[in-house]
Design a protein around this ligand. Structure first.
Ligand code: UDP
Ligand code: MG
Length: 320
C-alpha cells in the first residue's frame, strides 16, 4: 500500500529522537497528570521528542484536553479519530504517525510508569531492538483479571507458533527499524503485542510493577476482553480449526462403545428403555457440532472483514 508523500512519518528533516504514542478513550480525568509526568520523563532523557495523543472517539472531554495540550506545547501531536475504533486500532493510528527514532507505546492511565523510559533507553543502548515491559506485580487488579490473564497467556502459547511473552502488555520501546516492519502488517484484527513478537529482532524484557489506574475505570469490560483473546488466538494459530478432527475421533469412540452396549441390550430384550441416554447423546452431539461451527465462524468472520480491505482507521482532525 503506497502512503501519500505528504504523510508526516516520511518527513526526514524534523525527525525527533523519541515518539511517545498514547491511545486515549475517555481519559480526560488522567490525561493532564499523564502529560505532566510523560513530558518530565522525556525531558530527563535530554533528547528531542514528540508525544502523540490519539483520541479514540471519546464521549468525554478527552479531545478538548488534547487540544489544549497541543496548543500549549508544540511537542504534542493530537489525532482525533472519526469514532471509537478500539484500543488496538487507535494504537495503530498513533504508530502510523510516529516519526521518532525510538517509539514508546504507553497507556494514558498511568498504569505503566512514564519514568521507565530512561531505563528502557539504556537497555536499548546495550543492543536491544525492542524493550518490552513485563509485569512482576499488578496493583489493584481483580483476582479474576489476574487468573484469566495467566490462563490466557498459557493457552495462547500452547496454541501459537510464535512465542508471546506472558504478563506483557503493549508498553514497550522499539526502534524505528522495527516500527517500519510493523507498519507493513495489514491485519484488521490486531493483537499488537503478539505481532511485535512475531517480527523477531532482539526483544528484551524490562521487569516492572504495574500500578493501579490513576483515575477512571478500565476500558476493557469482559466482552471486549473475550473478543481481544479471540483476536489473539485466531491471529496466531489455526490449531482450533482442527478441533473437529479430534472431537470427531473422541465422539466416534464413544459411539462405538455405545453401539456394542445397545446391541447387547437388544439381545436381552431391554430395548424400550434408554430415553435419558438418547437425549444426552443428542444434546452432546449437537453442542459439539455447534462448538466446531462457532470456531469456523470466528475465523471466517475475520477473513470476511479482512477481504473487504478497508482502511484500519479514519482520522477526523490532526493538530501539530
Ligand atoms: N483505549 C482506547 N480505545 C478503547 C479502549 C481503550 O484507546 O476502545 C485506551 C485507553 O484509553 C488506555 C489503553 O487503551 O489508554 C488501555 O485501556 P485500559 O487501561 O482501559 O485497559 P486495561 O489496562 O484495563 O487492560
Ligand atoms: Mg489500563
Amino acid at each position: 500500500m503506497a502512503m501519500p508523500s505528504a504523510t508526516p512519518n516520511t518527513d526526514e528533516k524534523a525527525r525527533p529522537a523519541i515518539s511517545v504514542v498514547v491511545p486515549c478513550y475517555n481519559e480526560a480525568e488522567v490525561l493532564p497528570t499523564f502529560c505532566e509526568r510523560m513530558i518530565a520523563s522525556c525531558r530527563a532523557t535530554g533528547r528531542s521528542f514528540e508525544i502523540i495523543l490519539v483520541n479514540d472517539g471519546s464521549g468525554d472531554a478527552t479531545w478538548q484536553v488534547v487540544r489544549a495540550q497541543c496548543i500549549a506545547d508544540p511537542a504534542f501531536v493530537g489525532i482525533d479519530l472519526s469514532r471509537n475504533h478500539g484500543h488496538q486500532l487507535a494504537l495503530t493510528a498513533a504508530l502510523h504517525h510516529a516519526r521518532g527514532e525510538f517509539i514508546l507505546v504507553i497507556d494514558a492511565d498511568l498504569q505503566d510508569p512514564p519514568e521507565l523510559l530512561r531505563e528502557m533507553l539504556q537497555v536499548m543502548e546495550e543492543g536491544a531492538d525492542v524493550v518490552f515491559g513485563q509485569r512482576t506485580r499488578r496493583e489493584g487488579e481483580t483476582w479474576f483479571k489476574k487468573v484469566s490473564a495467566a490462563a490466557f497467556y498459557r493457552t495462547l502459547n500452547y496454541l501459537a507458533d510464535t512465542s508471546i511473552p506472558a504478563d506483557t502488555g503493549d508498553f514497550r520501546l522499539m526502534r524505528r527499524r522495527v516500527l517500519e516492519e510493523f507498519l507493513r502488517l495489514p491485519e484488521q484484527s490486531r493483537f499488537i503485542r503478539g505481532m511485535v513478537s512475531w517480527l523477531g529482532f532482539r526483544q528484551v524484557p524490562l521487569l516492572y510493577e504495574r500500578q493501579e489506574r490513576a483515575a477512571g475505570t478500565s476500558k476493557y469490560p469482559l466482552r471486549k476482553m473475550i473478543r481481544f483473546a479471540l483476536d489473539a488466538v485466531t491471529s496466531f494459530s489455526t490449531k482450533p480449526l482442527i478441533a473437529a478432527t479430534y472431537l470427531g475421533g473422541a465422539v466416534g469412540l464413544m459411539a462405538f462403545f455405545l453401539a456394542i452396549y445397545s446391541i447387547v441390550q437388544w439381545f436381552f430384550g431391554h430395548t424400550v428403555q434408554g430415553w435419558t441416554s438418547l437425549i444426552v447423546v443428542v444434546l452432546l452431539l449437537g453442542s459439539v457440532q455447534l462448538f466446531v461451527l462457532g470456531i469456523i465462524g470466528e475465523y471466517l468472520g475475520r477473513l470476511t472483514m479482512q477481504a473487504k480491505n478497508r482502511p484500519l482507521f479514519i482520522v477526523r482532525e490532526r493538530i501539530n
